[in-house]
Design a protein around this ligand. Sequence first.
Ligand SMILES: C[S@@+](CC[C@H](N)C(=O)[O-])C[C@H]1O[C@@H](n2cnc3c(N)ncnc32)[C@H](O)[C@@H]1O
Length: 314
Amino acid sequence: MTAKRSTPIRALEFYSGIGAFSQAAKPYGIEVVAAFDQSQWANQVYELNNRHKPSSRNLDSISIKDIPEADLWWLSPPCTPYSRRGEQKDMSDPRAKSFLHLIEFMVMKKPSTILIENVEGFLHSKMYEHLCQTLQSNGYLVDAIKLCPTMFAVPMLRPRIFIVARLADEDTRPLVSALRPIVAPPQASSAKTLSNFIDYGLNEFTAAHLLLSEADAEKYEPVLNVVNLKDASDAAQYVICFTSGYYRCRKASGTLLRLESGRLRFFSPDEILSLLGFSADFSLSNLDLPICYRLVGNSVDVRAIDYLLANALQ
Ligand SMILES: C[S@@+](CC[C@H](N)C(=O)[O-])C[C@H]1O[C@@H](n2cnc3c(N)ncnc32)[C@H](O)[C@@H]1O
């Protein structure tokens, strides 16, 4: 893939969710020719923000004839099989079945570039070993890099692993050493603080729905990660990864804000989207709040994908 191409790069977005890849791909003129996700809610949001609707079929049983030709495949498969919080059943987890199935198709379809996102535990999994062996024995050069929003001057911890596999020719060189400089901490002057992402003008109705009940606040106080609203402009303050369970589980599923009144409130789904680098006009439709949290918690840092597209695909 080169910057000089005259025809647009054709991409497939597997496990498309709300479409972080499509968001990042827009400035590059990449044509997302098909997206796949079994969640009707995710697909509703995806369609509202893009011109096409993802296929809602279960990828466990997709047939190769239903996969269009493309130059680039983007995949962000379920992370529970490899996540610290899950049982780490790895390849034997039923949620890993669709990815195993797609690995078979990768080497039959041979897109020139494959980008995969997952949690840090993925790098230590049998699935990663299997993926690397399969791709390398079929002519791909495989690189892995860890990216986190903090590397892009955003005060949120959400480290994720990105695999970049490229069909190799004699000019293909490993990417990792070229990518390494991004790991340097951002310059303090360019770093944003949490105040850049907080909506100070929430309407009363929304604000009321974002409050944690006083009973829950008291019960879960010791395990909550909290930032004081009054400290939001302090460069040392950051939030921890918002998971899909943020609104329902209380432990280690994302940071809460302590208001001047002493009450705790959740970050809103729009604030989380902004931390993830989605554009201000991105819409979650009028879905219920718990569904919005599930969708944004499952999504991917748009800046990390932009970084891969800008650097890794040169
Ligand atoms: C980690 S999330 C990826 C989210 C996405 N990258 C985004 O930008 O929002 C995994 C997604 O895969 C979908 N999914 C999981 N298993 C699937 C399967 N077997 N077939 C189709 N979609 C699946 C889920 O509905 C979820 O949206």
